[in-house]
Design a protein around this ligand. Structure first.
Ligand code: AMP
Ligand code: MG
Length: 324
């Protein structure tokens, strides 16, 4: 049984497993990660095999402190240093030109590497005990919702990991903001808890936000973060009618919305109210998993307002609903 309370012995066991080229699942403030020794190509290959993830899909390198960034990148630029000072440890991933130390297995052959210092005490304890960079994507099978609890990880990947460190539910609940520093101005590749506006304030200059909303045609979106149930993104004033129509055609409907929805069919599975955008983010993937566990055919999701982390929640809902 690899699921362990994250005491000193478990952290040490996790660090040993990483050193031996095995996989360790650990909590971060965003979602649970599936970690491997980042400088050990064979160990990193194990991540792709466990997840069923295409090998050209790059991984994020997790380090214990900003000091540990330097060996992984060509240069710690003033911009990177400013952002690290402002946001690390925290849910911001920086994409930078890589050093020769980083194997192709981590970057999918790119000449850039993605790095962050996570804010979760268990993640930091593991990184310190291991003493090197840990490559880690989210600890789910490819394309599925990210795990936000240790039991989610066990459901997805138990057989593949040496240790699952149980740090309880993740506080943020969706993946880190990914910011590309190899272009000018910097570009958000994936929205998260740290917004483009927050980054702009620190840098005192513009940041290109990821294109979102109607401009990103659903057909163009990579399907990702998707539960078994079909996700439909619906406006608040239309959700009642859509739920009634699906219910009438014999589909079990689940509803996730910021506020309570009146007049839903009696059989509807109410996954909310999700509340503020922060709460919505923290509950999103657990709600997807619950809908699947209860046999919902369709999840009707009313998006939160497009401000702060709401931008990131809307991005995940779009992707979860795409291409199905
Ligand atoms: P995940 O590991 O599932 O959290 O996903 C990692 C995210 O980081 C993906 O969105 C990747 O595309 C992104 N990423 C990692 N490395 C790079 C890189 N070198 N360049 C651009 N994006 C990256
Ligand atoms: Mg992922």
């Amino acid at each position: 049984m690899p699921l362990m309370e994250p005491d000193e012995a478990a952290i040490a066991a996790g660090a040993r497993a990483l050193a031996n080229g095995r996989l360790v699942a650990f909590p971060t403030e965003t979602v649970y990660g599936l970690g491997a020794h980042a400088l050990d190509s064979e160990a990193v290959a194990g991540i792709f095999a466990a997840k069923g993830r295409p090998t050209d899909h790059p991984l994020i390198c997790h380090v214990a402190s900003t000091d540990a960034l330097a060996p992984l990148v060509a240069e710690v630029t003033p911009t990177a240093q400013e952002l690290a000072d402002a946001f690390w440890p925290g849910p911001l991933t920086l994409v930078m030109p890589r050093s020769d130390a980083v194997p192709d297995a981590v970057t999918g052959g790119r000449d850039t590497v993605a790095v962050r210092v996570p804010a979760h005490p268990v993640a930091l304890a593991l990184l310190r005990a291991f003493g090197g960079p840990v490559a880690a994507p989210s600890a789910n099978r490819f394309g599925r919702p990210s795990p936000t609890s240790a039991s989610d990880v066990a459901d997805e990947l138990e057989d593949a990991v040496a240790v699952i460190l149980d740090g309880g539910p993740c506080e943020i609940g969706i993946e880190s903001t990914v910011l590309d520093l190899t272009c000018d101005p910097p570009q958000v590749l994936r929205p998260g808890r740290i917004s483009a506006e927050q980054v702009e304030q620190v840098l005192g200059g513009p940041v290109n936000a990821v294109a979102s909303g109607p401009a990103r045609a659903p057909g163009m979106l990579e399907s990702h973060y998707a539960p078994g149930a079909r996700v439909e993104v619906v406006a608040a004033d239309l959700v009642g009618a859509r739920a009634a129509a699906l219910d009438a055609s014999g589909v079990r409907v689940a509803v996730l919305a910021p506020d309570a929805v009146e007049g839903l069919p009696a059989a509807a599975l109410v996954l909310g109210p999700a509340g503020s955008p922060d709460h919505y983010a923290a509950r999103l993937y657990a709600a997807f998993r619950r809908a699947d566990a209860e046999g919902a055919g369709v999840i009707l999701a009313v998006p939160p307002p497009a401000a702060g982390i709401g931008v990131a929640v809307r991005d995940r809902l779009q992707r979860a609903s795409a291409g199905r």
